[in-house]
Design a protein around this ligand. Structure first.
Ligand SMILES: [Zn+2]
Length: 574
């Protein structure tokens, strides 16, 4: 009963709903297909059941309440017709049930005295068990278990201000004009992705605190004081601020397909298929339809994006110039990868990640020291092969057990959808780009891909619909799926101890007289470590959750135009 009446809204009585048409023709629908305000027929399993006493002027009356399930969805029901005793876990054909929609878009099936319920013989109930997949959930559900990867953390995570009256997350003043002030709250707003789709997932304060491994008291203490204590190892954030010029001089390039002019010598950012921007003063590549100078305002929304990417790109070149080492999996390496003994073919990568945030006339460069254990898919495939694994066995592992990968050079997360048993040297980059994958990676990223690498990976990037083809040496498994022994863990810890001073030394050089083309960006503040509570906590959240596998149970509700998942219990994080 509690499931049924959650939200406090009661389903209507049978006499308050429209009567069925006497000989109406009803479609036989799955539970995901039913729509409100009409009578339907369906075949479903009773997955939970209780009998409840109701009273009216004729006296006591029994009704059944519970949930119906098929392989597409789960819907609660209330059954006034008790001539057939229902049983849990049995499958029934239900004829003429009314579909009612609550205000929050949840549905309930109302079975009246005119509905018919016939037991249905089935070979097994598995056909009538709902295994939720994010992409096919049609409506709010009160209790569901979802699993997937946290593919994005929204910036409205961590410490947020909440209006004291309407409880909305606000900036400083409630836009509804409540005027009751605000209080600190802590939450995580993210996307959960399971291969079929993504859903906005919001972890409330208790769960969010547990996920970052801090108590709520500690978090609220951090929020209300402004500590300048050194942060714990692993959550260090080294930041620099640079002053943005009023406008940026760039060269706007137009080509039939700008991806073909990308090369590792050019700090170029692309905008769609045909437009690209270069810092002013760079050598303009051949094969353009048009190239003209342009001024971009870094305060204007579209300008922000272009300027941020141009700064990131320039920073990438400067850092590589200092270290002489590549960017791989989103990490600027400081040492050559260190092979690990007895951890499959995994290596230790030591370096740092860096990103640029444009805010209030400044470009903030945030760097995070990183020591990670990763294994390239190519090394793994060769290792499995050397032990005698068949192509089928390798394919099964890659598609089912190790499908989540980190990609080079920028460290995006991806999901292996299928494999292509072809060699990297024989495969064209795309329909539009005839260069082989080997040639493409060499000329665009300066990365050596062996011509005989196989199988090629068809990868879906998180938060993106298109599939891309990656050679296996450019995709990496992380620590969560590799067996890592304690010697390797100790080595990683030792490497991380002295790392932040090395990162600062590199960035001090890379940001010295920093300029994008002819536009100089002067530093407004020297390097700082662990700025404020919010930056620290947000960096913690990213560090602990982004790209992790999560299994959680909770409810799905409709918020404006999208479904949101609110976990009440997190069963697994890995
Ligand atoms: Zn308010």
């Amino acid at each position: 009963m509690s499931l049924l009446l959650e939200g406090g809204e009661k389903p209507p009585d049978p006499d308050a709903i429209p009567q069925p048409e006497p000989r109406g023709c009803r479609p036989l629908l799955t539970l995901a297909e039913i729509t409100p305000g009409r009578y339907v027929d369906t075949v479903a399993r009773v997955s939970s059941l209780s009998a409840v006493e109701r009273c009216d002027r004729l006296g006591v009356k029994i009704v059944y309440c519970g949930q119906l399930e098929d392989r597409t969805f789960r819907v609660p029901f209330i059954c006034h017709n008790t001539t057939h005793p229902l049983e849990r876990n049995c499958v029934y054909k239900i004829v003429s049930a009314y579909v009612h929609e609550f205000r929050d878009r949840r549905l309930i099936l109302i079975l009246t005295e005119y509905s018919r319920i016939c037991p249905k013989q089935v070979d097994g109930v598995m056909e009538y068990v709902w295994m939720p997949r994010i992409g096919s959930i049609p409506r709010p559900v009160s209790d569901v278990t979802l699993e997937g990867i946290i593919s994005k953390i929204y910036s409205a995570s961590g410490l947020v201000k909440r209006c004291n009256l309407c409880k909305m997350v606000i900036r400083d003043i409630c836009p509804k004009g409540c005027g009751s002030g605000w209080s600190w709250d802590f939450r995580i707003s993210s996307n959960l992705y399971d291969g079929s789709g993504a859903i906005r997932t919001v972890f409330s304060r208790q769960i969010a605190a547990a996920l970052v491994g801090r108590s709520l008291t500690e978090i609220l203490f951090l929020a209300n004081t402004a500590p300048h204590k050194p942060p714990a190892a692993g959550s260090e954030l080294i930041t620099y601020s640079l002053k943005l010029p009023r406008e940026f001089d760039v060269v706007e390039c137009v080509a039939g397909d700008v991806s073909t002019i990308r090369s590792r010598e050019l700090p170029l950012v692309t905008e769609g298929l045909t437009v690209a921007y270069l810092p002013c003063g760079s050598e303009v590549p051949k094969g353009l339809l048009e190239a003209c100078p342009k001024k971009i305002d870094p305060r204007e929304p579209n300008g922000v994006k272009i300027v941020r990417r141009l700064i990131e790109k320039t920073l990438e070149y400067k850092i590589k110039g200092v270290t002489g080492k590549p960017l791989t999996q989103g990490i600027y390496l400081l040492d050559d990868p260190i092979p690990l003994y007895g951890c499959e073919q995994a290596k230790l990568y030591v370096g740092f990640s860096a990103r640029v945030i444009l805010h209030e006339g400044e470009a903030r460069v945030e760097a995070q020291p990183k020591v990670v254990i990763r294994e390239s898919v190519w090394d793994y495939v060769k290792w499995r092969r050397s032990r005698g694994a068949s192509a089928e066995a390798v394919e099964k592992t890659l598609k089912h057990y190790r499908s989540i990968i980190t990609l080079s050079p920028y460290g995006q997360l991806g999901h292996i959808e299928t494999l292509l048993f072809k060699k990297a040297g024989e495969q064209a980059t795309s329909d539009r780009d005839p260069r082989s994958l080997v040639e493409f990676w060499r000329s665009v990223y300066g990365v050596y891909v062996e011509p005989n690498e196989t199988p090629l990976l068809k990868v879906r990037l998180m938060g993106c619909e298109a599939l891309f083809t990656y050679p296996p040496s450019t995709a990496y498994f992380d620590e969560s799926v590799i067996y890592v022994n304690s010697a390797a863990k100790r080595l990683a810890e030792a490497k991380s101890r002295s790392l932040s001073s090395r990162v600062k030394a590199v960035l001090n050089k890379a940001l010295h007289s920093f300029a994008v083309g002819s536009c100089a960006l002067h530093p407004t503040s020297l390097e700082q470590v662990g700025l404020d509570a919010q930056t620290l906590l947000l960096s913690d959240i990213n560090h602990r959750l982004l790209g992790r596998f999560i299994r959680a149970r909770g409810r799905i509700v409709q918020l404006r135009d999208q479904l949101c998942f609110f976990p009440q219990r997190v069963m697994e994080v890995k």
